[in-house]
Ligand binder design. Structure first.
Ligand SMILES: NC(=O)c1ccc[n+]([C@@H]2O[C@H](COP(=O)([O-])OP(=O)(O)OC[C@H]3O[C@@H](n4cnc5c(N)ncnc54)[C@H](OP(=O)(O)O)[C@@H]3O)[C@@H](O)[C@H]2O)c1
Length: 259
């Protein structure tokens, strides 16, 4: 496995190009025990990047398994990249630090590697979290070009990463180009087109069912998911496919060894 690294030129360190998405439509697509187990499968399969959020209500299970793997000597804390996100209900500056500390407690760690604003809001208190050493980097999620520019115009510590929806059916080109032009690393969420999203219409075709992609996958001897993930990595982004299925977890991280 040869994982690419995207340097955080505006922050510190790098993001590995394939991470594990951990948002699950709670209770329907993964119990906490299941999530804990799949995090173990993912660590063993080589994942070192975990995409989490306070709102996902899964951080406790993730932290439990990561701590277990660290204590067993399978991984070192410094070798994994943990993202968490500030939820919308905690935008009040008085609540930001408390939420981050709660996430750290659930994740059983002293710091995260990336702290994103989950949806557009003010940034000053995020900078304080960075200054306190509770996060190595701060970043944005679901911001438009105008909103991102506003942050750059007013911030002291630059956001080094943005997490946005990007898939073969929605390349989000203007925003991706704008953010990479600013020096931000871009992370694609929903890379597979969110096949189990409750708002997906019955029978609606996503990228996993796309005939061109199916044909390409056949030609390459890869799965359609691997072709999609590889394409988005070559597009210059990190990807964070979510799966609670061990075989898919292994399949997805092996998307970096072909063109
Ligand atoms: N910042 C934000 O606002 C935001 C928004 C949405 C998502 N995210 C992050 O991005 C991650 C990924 O997005 P997502 O979960 O919405 O969509 P996604 O990764 O595009 O799709 C996940 C779905 O694809 C299935 N799947 C995974 N690997 C597969 C494979 N190899 N072949 C076929 N199906 C496969 C999974 O099923 P099984 O689990 O049953 O295997 C799951 O139903 C989230 O988990 C979360 O961490 C962030």
């Amino acid at each position: 496995m040869d994982l690419h690294r995207i340097q955080l030129t505006l922050g510190s360190g790098y993001i590995t190009s394939i991470g594990l998405g951990t948002f699950t439509f709670f209770g329907e697509h993964g119990s906490l025990d299941e999530i804990e187990a799949v995090v173990g499968v993912a660590v063993e399969a080589g994942y070192r990047h975990f995409d989490c959020a306070w709102a996902y209500r899964t951080q406790g299970a993730i932290g439990k398994m990561l701590e277990k793997k660290i204590n067993e000597g399978v991984i070192k804390r410094k070798d994994i990249f943990i993202t968490t996100k500030l939820w919308n209900a905690h935008h009040n500056p008085k609540l930001v630090l408390g939420e981050l500390k709660d996430s750290l407690n659930q994740l059983r760690t002293n710091y995260v590697d990336m702290f994103l604003i989950h949806f557009p809001t003010g940034e000053k208190e995020m900078e304080r979290c960075h200054q306190l050493g509770l996060t190595k980097n701060i970043g944005l999620s679901n911001f438009t070009i105008e909103q991102t520019q506003r942050i750059f115009d007013s911030c002291t510590i630059k956001p080094s990463n943005i997490q946005i929806e990007v898939s073969p059916f929605f390349l989000n080109e203007r925003l991706v180009k704008f953010c990479t032009g600013k020096g931000m690393a871009v992370t694609s969420y929903g890379p597979l087109g969110c096949p189990s999203h409750p708002e997906r219409l019955a029978g609606e075709q996503g990228p996993l069912e796309d005939l061109v992609l199916i044909e390409m996958a056949k030609r390459k001897g890869k799965s359609v998911a691997q072709v999609i993930l590889r394409f988005l990595i070559q597009y210059g982004t990190a990807v964070i496919p979510k799966s609670v299925t061990p075989s898919r977890i292994r399949e997805n991280i092996n998307a970096s060894t072909f063109s």
